[in-house]
Design a protein around this ligand. Structure first.
Ligand code: AMP
Length: 215
């Protein structure tokens, strides 16, 4: 399966990508997760990316395309398929991805647009926490951990992303509307887009995605 998940921050792309991996063995490739790993490892790319990420701005297209291209071309991804989360975020990135997949003779199955209102997003993002070790996602209201600040699954400490602060969240939503709405339209024009309701329960969203990907 080769899918793109398109949707604003907090809509549940990461949750759905993890479900697709656990149940179907599809490889999740999240540009945000990869950038954060580069930042933690203090690489040149990580330092460059962080200067944009901490302001809620997009990392420039050139480095982003190169970074994702390397992963998409890897042997594992060729075999297992992929679910892209957070990439492509601009039309330039979408065009680069389309060209790369055509050259590799690996057509995309579908682009999935996960949609919800801004109010729901603000509420979800402002309580979000993640595990530093296994990546499990929690929420202070809808999915609190059993012990405060500790992961239920692996007992590691939880963290709040520095870009999940209210001012940065607003900027990320604005940047999403401006850059990524045209990406959705790009795939709609190609007849590859389908829309799912991100306000539904994760299991329902998952079924909508898997059924839509077949169609
Ligand atoms: P995310 O985890 O997808 O919300 O990404 C966190 C941040 O990483 C974004 O706010 C951007 O600054 C940066 N980022 C992630 N993916 C991309 C992308 N495809 N293009 C440019 N910047 C990105």
């Amino acid at each position: 399966m080769r899918l793109i998940l398109i949707g604003p921050p907090g809509v549940g792309k990461g949750t759905q990508a993890a479900m697709l991996e656990a149940r179907l063995g599809v490889r999740p490739l999240s540009s945000g997760v990869i950038f954060r790993a580069e930042i933690d490892a203090d690489t040149d790319l990580g330092r460059l990316a962080n200067s944009y990420i901490k302001r809620g701005e997009l990392v420039p297209n050139g480095v982003t395309i190169e970074m994702m291209g390397k992963r998409i071309r890897s042997e594992e991804v060729r075999k297992q398929g992929f679910v892209l989360d957070g990439f492509p975020r601009t039309v330039r990135q979408a065009e680069a991805l389309d060209a790369m997949l055509e050259e590799m003779n690996m057509p995309l199955d579908k682009a999935v647009s996960i949609e919800v209102t801004d109010e729901v997003l603000l509420q979800r993002l402002s309580g979000r926490m993640g595990c530093t070790k296994c990546g499990e996602i929690y929420h202070s209201i809808t999915k609190p951990p059993k012990r405060e600040g500790i992961c239920d699954k692996c007992n590691s400490p939880l963290f709040v992303r520095s870009d999940d602060l209210p001012e940065t969240i607003r900027e990320r939503l604005r940047v999403f509307q401006e850059n990524t709405t045209p990406v959705r339209e790009h795939y709609r024009a190609k007849g590859m887009l389908f829309v799912v309701n991100g306000a539904d329960e994760p299991e329902d969203v998952y079924s909508q995605i898997v059924n839509g990907a077949k169609g």
